[in-house]
Design a binder for this molecule. Structure first.
Ligand SMILES: *[C@@H]1O[C@H](CO)[C@@H](O)[C@H](O)[C@H]1NC(C)=O
Length: 451
């Protein structure tokens, strides 16, 4: 086999299982390109054979283009705003591209150009988006072929600490920065429910939480809408569906605590003088006194002011919320790490207290719930469920379930088995079935049930 040159842009935590997968083939050579050479080298050190580490300034379009031109395929695991530049370079030099990100309008603009150049730009091939599409499309296609209808499609997915490692009031841990997770709480969710479009704007998102009926009492999650689910009538070819919801999962307790923090202003990015890096030391209780406008920073005064300001006097989980704030150190003399504003100062505390520790494992849970009407009119509820655990000392479930599908799509393109051109997502059985077959060989499986 002739040598295949793979350009990997980004060396984040999903990169290792990707590299691991593609290096099974001796003809594959991987160039790991990262903003800092040291990060690329750290990843390379895990795979010393057939890899090269380079530094690249991802905002430098010419540097990206030069790298793309020297490879057969580019895997873009850098922030999504840079993907369009990678695709532009790939179109120009007739190279293929894979990303795990949603197709953005800026990426879609290259669809015709990609077709004209005869290249494959495969996107949305991680976990969510990725594995979720594979199994949604599979069941939908199966039901349609049998003459049935999908009346409801409800899908929830998320990465959480495994239950035994969910040992904090949020039941949540960060694999990377806290900032993105917190800012996502401001997103607007849109979905279709009983024939009506429902829009939940940022502040109400945590109130819209519902208890999931997973069919597995041992997996009792709550969930809320994730981005805009309304285009999925077209994307999944289910115009007949009256309910289409895609969402994220959390353990119960997270939304109530998060909502109180959002109401108190913890997502605020405006500069605050006493949180400036060059301001004097300040404790959490002093910061909280400022946040809630309390006259003193003793715990009882702060709690009363928090209840008032957050409007949580009648909240059933009030004690959980206050315990959570105590756990965060809000009533203590612990000095904050000043990062200029409340959001980033809060992130510093979260990142310190909510990291995965050595030996801990995460879990990814994905479930589709389909309300089906069969050809003869009978109703049926089907679920497709994936539950993956990370391996302490090995790959996290999140890294594996994003990196491996991406590796599989890459290998299929290199082998000439995924040949559709244009800016693609896994939305057809022709593209998806070969990926599913290889995923199952990696023991990433979905369990289908008819309830
Ligand atoms: C590296 O490439 C050489 C030459 O193609 C091949 O013989 C070897 O098996 C590869 N090693 C790995 C770890 O892929």
């Amino acid at each position: 086999m002739s040598e295949k040159k793979i350009l990997l842009l980004g060396s984040g935590f999903v990169a290792a299982p990707f590299v691991d997968y593609v290096l099974r083939r001796p003809e594959n050579k991987v160039t790991i390109a990262s903003r800092t050479l040291a990060n690329a080298q750290t990843l390379q050190a895990k795979f010393p054979n057939n890899t090269t580490a380079v530094a690249v300034d991802i905002s430098d379009a010419q540097a990206i283009e030069d790298l793309v031109a020297q490879h057969d395929i580019a895997i873009s695991l850098i922030p999504y705003i840079y993907h369009a530049k990678v695709i532009a370079a790939a179109v120009k030099h007739k190279k293929n591209v894979v990303t795990t990100s949603y197709v953005s309008p800026a990426m879609m603009e290259y669809d015709q150009a990609a077709k004209d150049a005869g290249i494959t730009v495969m996107n949305e091939i991680g976990l969510d988006p990725g594995i979720d599409h594979l199994y949604a499309v599979r069941t939908i296609d199966e039901v349609h072929k049998e003459g049935g209808k999908i009346k409801e499609f409800i899908s929830f997915c998320g990465g959480l600490p495994a239950p035994e490692n969910s040992d904090n009031p949020f039941g949540y841990k960060f694999s990377w920065s806290a900032r993105g997770v917190l800012l996502a709480l401001k997103n607007t969710a849109r979905y279709l429910e009983n024939g009506k479009v429902v829009e939940v704007s940022g502040p109400e998102l945590m109130e819209s939480v519902r208890v999931l009926n997973t069919g597995y009492p041992g997996y009792a999650f709550v969930g809320y809408g994730n981005r805009d689910s309304t285009p999925y009538d077209k994307r999944y070819h289910i115009p007949e569906a009256e309910t289409i919801i895609r969402g994220s999962i959390r353990y119960d307790g997270f939304p109530q605590l998060a909502k109180a923090l959002v109401t108190l202003g913890f997502l605020n990015e405006e500069p605050v003088a006493h949180l400036a890096a060059d301001a004097g030391e300040i404790s959490w209780s002093q910061v909280i006194a400022q946040v809630v406008g309390a006259s003193s920073n003793d715990a009882d005064t702060l709690k009363a002011a928090i209840i008032e300001k957050a409007g949580i006097a009648n909240e059933p989980r009030l004690n959980h919320i206050l315990d959570g704030m105590r756990w965060l150190g809000f009533f203590s003399d612990i000095k904050v790490t000043r990062r200029g504003n409340l959001l980033d100062t809060f992130c510093a505390t979260l990142e310190e207290k909510m990291q995965y520790e050595e030996g801990e494992r995460d879990m990814c849970f994905l479930q589709h719930r389909f309300e089906v009407e069969l050809k003869d009119g009978t109703k049926q509820t089907r679920t497709s469920t994936m539950i993956e655990y990370g391996v302490p000392g090995g790959y996290s479930a999140m890294a594996k379930t994003v990196g491996v599908p991406c590796g599989i799509a890459t290998q299929l393109i290199l082998d000439g088995k995924l040949t559709q051109t244009g800016v693609l997502a896994p939305m057809t059985p022709e593209i998806n079935d070969p990926i599913i077959e290889l995923l199952e060989k990696e023991n990433i499986k979905i369990v289908d049930r008819i309830l």
